[in-house]
Ligand binder design. Structure first.
Ligand code: SAM
Length: 274
C-alpha cells in the first residue's frame, strides 16, 4: 500500500476532523488523508486486521456494478451519490470507456472532495459535480447541475455505494431511498453497497467494527442486517444474485483466495425499477 503523505491543505479544509472521504482514501491506499483520518482505520484494525478489505471490496463492487449497467442495460446516465475523492477507475471512466457519451453526475458534500475532487471528477463535457447532502433526495434531484444535465424522465443508474452506512437511523435511510426511487423512471437501476451484520458467527466482528467506527474520529459506520438493507430497495426487483458480500457479486472469475471474515461484513446489490 502507498504510504500516505501529509501535504499542505488549503485553509478551509479542517485537518483536525476526520472526513469520511479521506478515511476511505486511506483505506484504499491513497495519499489524500491526514493523521485524524488514519486514526479511524488504525483503531478498527485493532479489532479487524483486514479492515482495508471493506474499502477495497466496496470499490471493486462499484466498478463491476458500473460495468454491468453500461453493458447489460440501455441506461446512459448515472447519478453517483457520495463520489468520494477521485481515485483509480472513477464511475465516469468505467462507463465512458464503454459508452463514450454516458453522462455522470457526482454528488458529495465533503469539503475535501469539493475542493480537490470537483475539477478532477468534472473532467469532460459528460461529467458534472454537485455539492449537496445526499440525505435530501429532493434537493439533490432539483439541483440545476443534476436536473439540467440528467433527464429524470428517462431511466438512470443511481449509485449509493459506501454511503448509506454513514447515515444514522434518525434520518430513516429506507425512507430516503423510497423518495429517490419514487422519482426514478421505470427501467432505472439502483446499486447499493453497505456495511453488513450477517446475524451469524460473524456478527460479533461486525458489531465490534461498528462500535469502533461510531466512536472514532469519523463517527459513523452502521452495520445493518439483510432485512434492513433489503428495505433500501423498496419496490425494486433485485438482480441475481441479490444482496451478497460485495466480492461475490459477479466476480471477475473464480475465487481462489481465502476470504477474510471482514469481507463477509460488506454487501452489495443492484435493483431494477420495473
Ligand atoms: N461511492 C464511492 C465509492 O464507493 O468508492 C465513495 C465512498 S466513500 C466511503 C463515501 C462518500 O460519501 C464520501 O465521499 C462522503 O463524503 C460521502 N457522503 C457521506 N455522507 C454524505 C452526505 N450526507 N451527503 C453527501 N455526501 C456524503
Amino acid at each position: 500500500m502507498a504510504q500516505p503523505t501529509e501535504g499542505r491543505a488549503p485553509a478551509y479544509i479542517d485537518t483536525t476532523k476526520a472526513s469520511i472521504a479521506r478515511v476511505y482514501d486511506y483505506a484504499l491506499g491513497g495519499k489524500d488523508n491526514y493523521d485524524v483520518d488514519r486514526e479511524t482505520i488504525e483503531r478498527v484494525r485493532q479489532v479487524a486486521p483486514e479492515v482495508n478489505m471493506l474499502a477495497i471490496d466496496n470499490r471493486a463492487f462499484l466498478i463491476r456494478a458500473a460495468r454491468f449497467v453500461a453493458t447489460q442495460t440501455s441506461i446512459t446516465q448515472y447519478l453517483d451519490c457520495g463520489s468520494g475523492l477521485p481515485t483509480a477507475e472513477n464511475t465516469h471512466q468505467v462507463v465512458q470507456r464503454l459508452q463514450p457519451e454516458a453522462r455522470v453526475a457526482y454528488v458529495d458534500n465533503d469539503p475535501t472532495v469539493i475542493a480537490h475532487g470537483q475539477a478532477l471528477l468534472e473532467d469532460n463535457e459528460f461529467t458534472r459535480f454537485s455539492a449537496a447532502d445526499i440525505r435530501e433526495p429532493e434537493t439533490v434531484l432539483a439541483d440545476p447541475t443534476v436536473q439540467g444535465f440528467l433527464d429524470l424522465d428517462q431511466p438512470l443508474a443511481l449509485f449509493q455505494i459506501g454511503t448509506i452506512h454513514h447515515f444514522d437511523d434518525a434520518v430513516d435511510p429506507q425512507a430516503i431511498m423510497a423518495r429517490y426511487i419514487e422519482r426514478l423512471a421505470p427501467g432505472s437501476v439502483v446499486a447499493i453497497a453497505h456495511f453488513f451484520d450477517p446475524e451469524n458467527a460473524d456478527s460479533e466482528l461486525a458489531r465490534r467494527m461498528e462500535q469502533v467506527f461510531v466512536h472514532s474520529p469519523m463517527g459513523s459506520g452502521r452495520f445493518r442486517t439483510h432485512a434492513e438493507i433489503s428495505g433500501l430497495f423498496p419496490g425494486l426487483e433485485l438482480v441475481d444474485p441479490g444482496i451478497v458480500p460485495c466480492y461475490r457479486w459477479w466476480p471477475d472469475g473464480p475465487q481462489l483466495r481465502t476470504e477474510d471474515p471482514v469481507q463477509r461484513c460488506i454487501v452489495g446489490g443492484v435493483g431494477i425499477k420495473r
